[in-house]
Design a protein around this ligand. Structure first.
Ligand SMILES: C[S@@+](CC[C@H](N)C(=O)[O-])C[C@H]1O[C@@H](n2cnc3c(N)ncnc32)[C@H](O)[C@@H]1O
Length: 225
């Protein structure tokens, strides 16, 4: 894996994967993108709509752990909310790469929590905060069967033109089964064919304003059957 540290326009770190010629986040701002797509239009949207006291989240593509870290920080300032967070990635991020990532500094937050996310053993449920339980699975999502009953899926794979095997119907059929009724999935991707595929599988598809300068992103819901 050839990974190069980059700085995006909001000052936050990201990685460049030379094999795929692809960045892990928008070059216009890693933290800005993650906050918009996953926290504001995913987590906050779901909470505003359903007022849950417990939320179960599944993330496809843990990568640098930015989405998981922002979600843990959200839980920290919302102690009445319990979060169960499962993530999957094919690789474990090397420590030397993580050491230079500046999310704790940019967010004025706890580096220890960021490190704990990455250092925790795989396939083991760990209580990282009293109200944030985390499990990291190292596997290929196309070969893995997630637990059932997630309220939110953060779908953060590399783009369809870079990794087409991550955007095929059978995977989204499996993720549909893993969602609870009224559960949502959010992704930065706004491709028309992708949305039509999700609609054909039974998801209710919404176009949502994307993180600037992107016009759109996608949010889908699993409707009551
Ligand atoms: C766009 S990056 C994820 C960004 C990440 N959420 C972050 O905040 O850094 C895509 C991630 O998907 C992972 N990935 C690629 N193929 C995968 C697969 N088949 N199953 C699970 N994860 C995969 C990559 O290793 C990479 O970490």
């Amino acid at each position: 894996m050839s990974l190069q540290l980059i700085t995006t326009e909001d000052g936050s770190s990201s990685l460049f994967n030379a094999q795929l010629n692809e960045t892990y986040h928008s070059v216009h701002g890693a933290v800005a993108e993650s906050r918009h797509v996953f926290i504001k239009e995913g987590l906050q949207f779901y909470i505003d709509k359903h007022q849950p006291t417990e939320i179960r989240i599944f993330e496809v593509g843990l990568g640098t752990g930015l989405n998981a870290y922002l979600t843990a920080l959200f839980a920290k300032v919302n102690p009445s909310l319990s979060v169960v967070y499962h993530s999957i990635d094919t690789v474990v991020m090397p420590n030397e790469v993580l050491a230079d990532i500046n999310y704790p500094e940019i967010l004025g937050a706890d580096r220890e929590l960021f490190e704990k996310l990455h250092l925790c053993p795989t396939d083991t449920t760990i209580e990282l905060l009293p109200n944030f339980v985390f499990k990291k699975v190292v596997s290929d999502i196309n070969r893995y069967n997630p637990d059932m009953g997630f309220d939110i899926i953060y779908f953060d794979a590399f783009a369809p033109d870079k990794q087409p095997d991550m955007w095929q119907l059978p995977l989204f059929e499996k993720l549909y089964a893993a969602l609870s009724v009224n559960g949502i999935m959010v992704t930065y991707c706004a491709q028309g064919q992708f949305r039509r595929n999700l609609k054909a599988l039974g998801y209710t598809v919404e176009k949502v304003t994307g993180p600037p300068p992107k016009r759109e992103m996608t949010r889908v819901t699993k409707p009551l059957a």
